[in-house]
Ligand binder design. Structure first.
Ligand code: FEO
Length: 392
């Protein structure tokens, strides 16, 4: 990819990673991703905002061949995929300085071995003139590390947001063309890395509301030339009110848990509650994270393995706990052969969830009439709790 002009002397740079399928050895990337960098050429100085993930540095270096001089490399965020190639860019432009937040400095020095003397820190709200273009740096902590910041290009009203508002999509589109596709990818991204910081994100969104924003240029996925699309989506995702939705991750080994969860899905559906069912043996964990963004209730289905829940259920439960979704209610439907502490162990795994626990159901062997009555009762309770709380 060659540099692509966004505005006069403002270019989209960086690399599209079509084949990447996993991030941080944890997060699935079904649609690949991109590492966007941006180059802003002022009448006096030139700045590069972010770099690329190190394996794709040659793409960025070849784009930079068209630019004789870089004065500043702005590091919005110290993670490898944006700042991991700073040293290589510094080799090409040895006189360049790296601009970052106060917390960012320690991180790029410690994690990425950027020489301390190359780094200039900026305060929240500080401006840097490139001549006829001005960069204003806006601290935006916890989107999604403590050091993260944004850059506002005043003259063009472009907000460069790095991970914030990003989406993992590999595409040749410079701007959002398919809002449905980008909505899901951005929601997946929010769910996986931003959701634990919902309350701080609220403050960051309030902070940027004072700026006139014509365009949001993230460092993953396409640029938003209609920024209200993604800002409104974020406002919905960070709101405290969940939707009339149950998320039901489960595993079944011999069919008992499967029978229970399928019965519960039917019962909830009959009562007007939407359900997202995830068989953890085959599910994309990112899809589960997306569903957790809106869920009012989480019900976990598990058989018993050596007294406790199935290990895949342990993984999903711990993940839900660290993602801190806004769910208000939780329950467990479990089965066992001769002894079980599955329910107690799951309850201990979710201290971060501020949920009311609804009467769990534990079944010995295959579910029978009384068990189905208990499942009907659980469906009744969930439906009425959602109704009482006016969840739509
Ligand atoms: Fe895209 Fe937090 O790195």
């Amino acid at each position: 990819m060659m540099p692509r002009k966004i505005k006069e002397n403002v270019f989209l740079m960086g690399a599209v990673d079509w084949n990447r399928r996993l991030f941080d050895s944890l997060i699935p990337l079904p649609d690949g991703t991109s590492y966007n960098a941006y180059l802003i050429k002022g009448s006096k100085k030139t700045a590069l905002l972010d770099t690329v993930d190190p394996p794709l540095i040659d793409v960025l270096l070849s784009q930079l061949d068209s630019f004789e001089k870089i004065d500043f490399i702005v590091s919005h965020h110290a993670e490898q995929d944006h700042s991991g190639s700073i040293l290589r860019v510094l080799e090409k432009y040895p006189n360049a300085k790296v601009i970052t937040s106060l917390k960012g400095k320690g991180m790029i020095v410690n994690h990425l071995c950027v020489p301390e003397e190359k780094v200039i820190t900026v305060e929240d709200g500080e401006e840097l003139s490139l001549g006829d273009k001005t960069l204003k740096f806006i601290y935006s902590p916890w989107v999604h590390w403590p050091e993260t910041m944004l850059t506002y290009l005043k003259e063009e009203k472009i907000l460069f947001t790095c991970d914030f508002f990003g989406s993992h999509i590999a595409t040749t589109d410079m701007y959002v063309t398919d809002e449905g596709q980008v909505y899901e990818a951005a929601k997946r991204y929010f769910a996986e890395i931003m959701m634990p910081f919902r309350n701080i994100i609220k403050r960051n969104i309030e902070k940027i509301s004072e700026y006139e924003i014509g365009m949001i240029a993230p460092s993953h996925g396409p640029i938003y030339d209609k920024p209200e699309f993604i800002i409104n989506a974020y406002k919905d995702w960070i709101s405290d009110t969940p939707k009339n939705v149950v998320v039901l991750p489960y595993i079944s080994m011999h069919g008992s848990t499967e029978k229970m969860v399928q019965y519960l899905v039917d019962g909830l559906t009959k009562r007007g509650v939407k359900v997202h069912l995830f068989d953890l043996a085959v599910t994309d964990i990112g899809k589960l994270a997306i569903a957790l963004v809106d869920a009012a209730t989480i019900v976990i289905g598990t058989p018993t393995v050596h007294v406790g829940p199935h290990p895949m259920v342990v993984y999903a439960t711990k993940l839900a706990n660290v993602l801190r979704p806004k769910a208000k209610f939780a329950s467990v439907v479990a089965s066992y052969g001769w002894g079980s502490k599955a329910i107690e162990q799951i309850a201990e795994m979710i201290p971060n969830l501020k949920v009311e626990i609804l009467e769990p159901i534990l079944v010995k062997g295959y579910p029978r009439e009384d068990d189905f009555k208990a499942l009907d009762n659980l469906a009744d309770v969930i439906a009425s709790k959602h109704k009482e709380n006016d969840f739509h």
